[in-house]
Design a protein around this ligand. Sequence first.
Ligand code: PHE
Length: 505
Amino acid sequence: MVTETPAVRHDATASRRGLAAQPAGLSTLFFTELWERFSYYGMRALLTLFMVAAIADGGLGFTTAEAGRIYGNYTMAVYMLAIPGGFIADQVLGARRAVLIGGTMIALGHYALAWPAQMTFYIGLVLIALGTGLFKPNITALVGALYEKSDTRRDAGFSIFYMGINIGGFLAPIVTGFLAQSSIFKSWLESNGFDPTKSWHWGFAAAGVGMTIAMIIFLRRSRGLPDTRDTSLPLTTEGRRDVLRGGAMIVLGTLALFALAFLSDVDGWTWLRWLFLALPVAGIAYAVRQPGDDAQRLAAIGVLFIAAMIFWAVFEQAGTTIALFADQLTRGDIAGIAFPSAWFQSINPVFVILLTPMFAALWMRLRDRQPAPAIKFAVGLILLSASFLLMVPAATLAASGRVSPLWLVGLFLLQTMGELLISPVGLSTMTKLAPARTTGFVLGLWFLASAFGNKLAGVLGGGFTGSDPSAMAYGFLMQAGLVALAAALLFAAAPWVRKLSASAD
Ligand code: PHE
């Protein structure tokens, strides 16, 4: 049986014994993922700012709406492609080769972004999305493969792995922000005969170097890792037919979702965005009517899916709305010394690193008096709502000049507490509720919630109006209200969700 919060529960033991007490392969995967996330978050910290920057400043000169659309579709693709990526590894490549191929594509993608042209910008985004689809689910699966079913170090291992993700996410914006935005580096470029307006591309190149380091580490050290693909059983003709049928369904489903996402951006078709909500609701309505415990558990997963999607839709605006607020409306200096606005992106990972041990201690103390996952999710949504409520006075104050950076520190503190109630709790709950032999699929659904959330974060970020603080304050207030409503509904639904999941206890 899987315990309720594997990613955090045994963290206290984890920090006591650390990497040394873990299977040797964990350090390889830890450092590989650290550098992959360095590249992803280093790029993401610049992405929106680069797209909206004027052409004279080396940017693409896009409108905020256009940038939001590209951001949403791209980050959606990054996580949605995890479903075919996981499937291809399970059936064909094995996780190790999938990570190698995916990682190489990601590195090439960042180098394409480093080339200052519009064509290579799009090629780069496509390569990173495809590569991450192969990389991210399968490096996670490789961590899982380090442990036998009964190995009690698994939860601590995942907790250490999540730390690696956030160390990468913390360091990256500091480096790429410095290269892309700081006047120090721009004047260095100028005095060395380079074009200072091309500084963005030096930032993207740094992301590429990060991914290259990840691949060097992985190539040198991954040989002995246990893989996930079971090659001991040759496929029967029937088995092969099943694989092909499954693959065809996944490809068609993914293409349909992409079509839906793109069409929903077209004038006159934006109502299609409601399908991101309506589809999972329909899925729940269908599942509860089916006989058997598995269907009931899938319905419970559906409820948590919607909650997670709403969470990510607001949270991932860190890369859109909040990145723009930090850049245009927040004072970016410490004791009079200016720093790049991308540095604000490092606050969330720092809070994850600082707060994870506290949450671990909390779960240890509560043990079996812990609230049910649906309640934790609802509290996570309340904290998220509070974070945007905090932005209402901040946006109002911005009418009379740049505001204190402390507003964003407060926002990220509240959001990170919410993240720790949803992200690791969700991962473990998904593996617990998944019907037999569907864990990979259910984890794919979990990434899909994040994909839909990212898409919506692009839509919502596209409405950012830095020049009209009262419209912005209203936007923050509306979103805070809707999230609070979702939290209230989830609190009300919690007993029902518990009943639906009872067969997994
Ligand atoms: N910080 C997390 C990560 O990069 C965010 C995330 C959560 C991404 C869930 C995908 C799915 O891993």
